[in-house]
Design a protein around this ligand. Structure first.
Ligand code: NI
Length: 267
């Protein structure tokens, strides 16, 4: 018997906060104002390789009632993505992206395939795949090599399978009217915001405005030592109504493209 959708999200949240120290602190910032956070979406990353690709990552969510919605393509970052929505509007959407490994250099693809070759048998069948963590070992030099070609490839190599970010549904906050107020609160508490593409990505005309923090850096164990690398971040989303009056539930590719950069190594 599968755990409920809510219990499953709780497990994802616990795993995410364990490597994202800022998440609990930002949660506390909102709670101190009497706010209860409703999540807009959770985002996951993977390599587009058999047994761990987007479709496999989606299985535990499909089993708990989430339904596939739109597909997106990010050519420059060699990514494709799909989001899933639950019939219960209190539950967040799930946004899963995968790296199109064959679009990278032959060297980077071979490096990724060597990581994937370390997967234990049946790994992709795990019900906890989306928070199974990193199933392979690698040297920091391997991480650095992937980093030169794709920040996303490097992130997955270091962290494996886990939520990349949770997202506050700003429209359901009672004391903060919009993203400007949220950004001011979060930046005022000392958190760095992602400025790629401007502080706020998207416009009311696009029906979705988003902002995010820059990822925390945490210690990660590699075969040749422990190194600090960017982990996960927190995102904020304000949705606007369609002409029908219903809130837009999809995503804006040009904005998502910049939000992926929230985990970039700051040089
Ligand atoms: Ni997001």
């Amino acid at each position: 018997m599968a755990t409920s959708a809510t219990d499953y999200l709780d497990a994802l949240w616990r795993d995410y906060t364990a490597i994202t120290p800022q998440a609990a602190r930002i949660h506390a910032l909102f709670a101190a104002r009497g706010e209860t956070i409703v999540n807009d979406h959770v985002a996951l990353r993977t390599y587009g390789r058999p047994g761990i690709e987007l479709a496999t990552m989606a299985r535990p969510f499909l089993a708990r009632g989430w339904e596939p919605r739109d597909d997106y393509r990010f050519d420059d970052k060699h990514l494709r993505a799909r989001y899933f929505q639950h019939p219960d509007p209190a539950l967040p959407k799930v946004f899963i992206s995968e790296l199109c490994v064959d679009e990278l250099s032959a060297e980077a693809a071979a490096t990724i395939d060597a990581l994937v070759a370390q997967l234990p048998a049946g790994f992709g069948d795990r019900d906890d795949l989306p928070y199974a963590g990193r199933p392979w070992s690698l040297a920091h030099a391997t991480y650095a090599e992937l980093l030169r070609e794709s920040e996303y490839a490097a992130w997955v190599s270091a962290f494996g399978f886990r939520v990349n970010h949770f997202t506050v549904d700003v429209g359901r906050l009672r004391t903060l009217g919009g993203l400007d107020a949220v950004n001011a609160l979060v930046a005022g508490a000392g958190f760095e915001l992602n400025r790629a593409g401007g502080l706020i990505k998207g416009t009311p005309a696009q029906r979705l405005e988003q902002s995010s923090t820059c990822a925390d850096a945490v210690d990660v164990a590699f075969t040749d030592g422990v190194f600090r690398v960017p982990s996960c971040y927190y995102e904020f989303a304000k949705r606007h109504p369609l002409p029908s009056g219903e809130l837009f539930q999809g995503f804006v590719p040009t904005s998502a493209d910049k939000l992926f950069e929230s985990t970039d190594v700051r040089r």
